[in-house]
Ligand binder design. Structure first.
Ligand SMILES: C[S@@+](CC[C@H](N)C(=O)[O-])C[C@H]1O[C@@H](n2cnc3c(N)ncnc32)[C@H](O)[C@@H]1O
Length: 393
């Protein structure tokens, strides 16, 4: 197979950890850009990225690229691609356009010209045209326009990659699975380190951690858009999946704990863990959830890592004044009971360290959807606790 060019999309802020991850699954020519990571490899490397990447939202396969100044040039760009090798006229198509600093006035019109170009080309060379289906297309084309260049991609993923195929219960403001994986990677968590999420909600972070510890490839239980493309190499795909299945280590040791103040949400987290195939991990207590107020949470080991996204103002309407007060108490609890632990908290509230009376040692910027967040790291040192004036205990 000859080398191809791909682009793996991810939430902004996770590009460096996605680049590391792609390196580990055998991608070459890796370069991080804003919002994703480009790489090269055989088509099998594109399949492997879909199967193994925990951090990417989707993987795109570059099929065309050229300079443009007007809509006609976009049409011309589509004529240079061998669409007939990628799809049949009986399949359905969807085209999406994103642009940064494009000189064109209408992206809707740009999209229509690209769509026209593809269907005209298919009619010319394959005798018929694919029809358009925006809801459930067989083939999805993404066009990216910058100031001077149009790049055409075919989507290899289909449903976004953060859909691992297990989530039933969402809880309140759940993190996307790829965001959870990105947090764990940024924090430098590895399976030997005891992990606690004291605001676990539907359990996304600890469930993701358990699937990492068990060596389960995130894409083992789902389908991908590349399986519908013409020329799909089912043999290469089966080989990749067989190797991934052989890599599952269900006897790995780990201490993984999630707790939340809501009993109902904790039940959902347990159900989600079961659906993710972690029944055995729940049964022997390597993975456990409990209903508990973060202000009273107990450390499950004498060292470890907290990775969590506590509630923040923007997510509750009306904006809650009780959250900063609660986080002040949580800060005290961490200083009292978690000396020797590292705590990493994702929040859009830049005031969190002051509220918790903790000094962050790092604060990378991440985007949780449209929300600009900081991922604060606090090193909890022994003897760091001094009662606040007027605070009990
Ligand atoms: C932003 S959500 C966490 C979402 C979670 N990461 C997920 O993926 O589902 C915050 C959670 O904090 C919980 N919470 C609020 N106050 C709490 C407290 N004092 N102690 C423990 N949990 C609390 C809420 O019930 C909610 O599930």
């Amino acid at each position: 197979m000859k080398p191809q060019t791909f682009f793996a999309v991810c939430p902004r802020g996770l590009e460096p950890v996605l680049a590391d991850e792609l390196q580990r699954v055998g991608a070459a020519g890796i370069h991080a850009e804003s919002g994703g990571v480009g790489f090269t490899g055989t088509l099998k490397a594109g399949y492997a990225a879909n199967l193994h990447s925990r951090i990417a939202s989707r993987v795109l396969w570059q099929v065309g690229r050229r300079g443009y100044r007007n809509e006609q040039h976009l049409y011309d760009a589509t004529q240079e691609v061998r669409w007939q090798d990628l799809m049949t006229p009986q399949q359905t198509l969807r085209v999406d356009v994103t642009a940064v600093r494009s000189p064109l006035a209408s992206l809707e019109f740009a999209m229509l010209r690209i769509k026209d170009g593809i269907v005209d080309r298919m009619r010319d060379v394959a005798g018929d045209r694919p029809s358009i289906d925006r809801a459930q297309p067989d083939v999805r084309v993404f066009a990216f326009l910058d100031e001077t260049t149009v790049t055409l991609y075919v989507d290899l993923s289909g449903e976004p990659l953060f859909k691992r195929g297990w989530r039933a219960e969402k809880g309140e403001a759940p993190l996307k699975e790829n965001m959870a994986a990105g947090l764990l990677a940024l924090a430098g968590w590895t399976p030997e380190v005891p992990l606690l999420d004291p605001f676990c909600g539907s359990g996304t972070i600890v469930i993701e951690a358990a699937t990492i510890a068990s060596g389960r490839a995130p894409g083992l239980n789902r389908r991908f858009a590349f399986e519908r493309l013409k020329g799909f190499d089912s043999h290469a795909w089966r080989t990749l999946k067989d190797a991934a299945r052989a890599g599952v280590r269900d006897d790995a040791r780990a201490v993984l704990r999630g707790s939340d103040i809501s009993t109902r949400i904790v039940e959902q987290a347990v159900e989600n863990a079961r659906l993710a195939g972690l029944e055995g991990w729940l049964a022997d207590g390597r993975l456990a959830f409990a209903a508990c107020d973060a202000r009273q949470v107990e450390p499950p080991a004498d060292h470890g890592m907290i990775v969590s996204n506590p509630p923040y103002g923007e997510q509750s309407a009306p904006r809650s004044a009780t959250v900063p007060r609660m986080m002040a108490d949580v800060g005290d609890r961490l200083k009292q009971a978690f000396a020797g632990w590292d705590a990493w908290l994702l929040t859009s509230d830049r005031d969190l360290p002051r509220q918790m009376r903790l000094q962050e040692t790092r604060k990378p910027v991440l985007y949780n959807g449209p929300l600009e967040c900081r991922f604060f790291r606090f090193a909890l040192v022994k003897g760091g606790y001094r009662p606040r004036a007027g605070a009990a205990g």
